[in-house]
Design a protein around this ligand. Structure first.
Ligand code: HEC
Length: 162
């Protein structure tokens, strides 16, 4: 009987010691509790939650693609060769002056180039690159184009609607 009591006491003592040692894990913070900071933190958290709710709503509601968005995303001509895919990317730097389909822009004094003969476009661009034909608007753009770029762009431009 005494053995049992001693054993129970030992067991009780052990659990007590183990519980006490777990207090070591609780970090002691001597900082003063600041209600303003707590409120700010809470407001920030609420804002975050609202943003998350908004993102969730956006992600779960199916997007309605309006017709004009589709037109913007569609390419003017089918890019069915690697050359045209490459040229389509190169042509992005020309759009500001010559327009999306090469229709030209009077305000920029940029002529219509869409649908022009590829050999003609190629000749003009190479002439501009070698400064046989000089135009300050085109000079900077053309100086960055390689011979291959010029060839690809010419094919691309000739396929744009006339
Ligand atoms: C800053 C505006 C601007 C940008 C950007 C621009 N161009 Fe031009 N481009 C012009 C102007 C202006 C002319 C007219 C040149 C002249 O009067 O000699 C021209 C002329 C041309 C011509 C000659 C047309 C013809 O009928 O003789 C071609 C071809 C051409 N550009 C292609 C391009 C290509 C390809 C790009 C993109 C890589 C490009 N341009 C970017 C302004 C621009």
């Amino acid at each position: 009987m005494t053995r049992l009591v001693i054993f129970c006491l030992f067991l009780g003592g052990l659990t007590l010691v183990m519980n006490l040692s777990s207090y070591n894990d609780v970090k002691i913070d001597n900082k003063r509790f600041d209600i303003k900071k707590a409120q700010e933190g809470h407001a920030l958290h609420v804002k975050e939650l609202k943003e998350l709710a908004k993102m969730h709503l956006e992600a779960t509601t199916p997007k309605v693609i309006s017709d004009d968005v589709e037109i913007v995303e569609k390419t003017i001509i089918p890019l069915d060769t690697p050359q045209l895919v490459r040229a389509n990317k190169l042509y992005k730097q020309c759009i500001s002056c010559h327009g999306k389909s090469g229709e030209g822009k009077k305000a920029n004094k940029a002529p219509k180039i869409g649908g022009q003969m590829d050999w003609y476009v190629e000749k003009q661009l190479s002439d501009m690159k070698s400064k046989i034909r000089v135009n300050k608007n085109m000079a900077t753009v053309v100086s960055k184009l390689s011979v291959e770029d010029i060839k690809d762009l010419s094919v691309f431009i000739s396929k744009l609607p006339w």
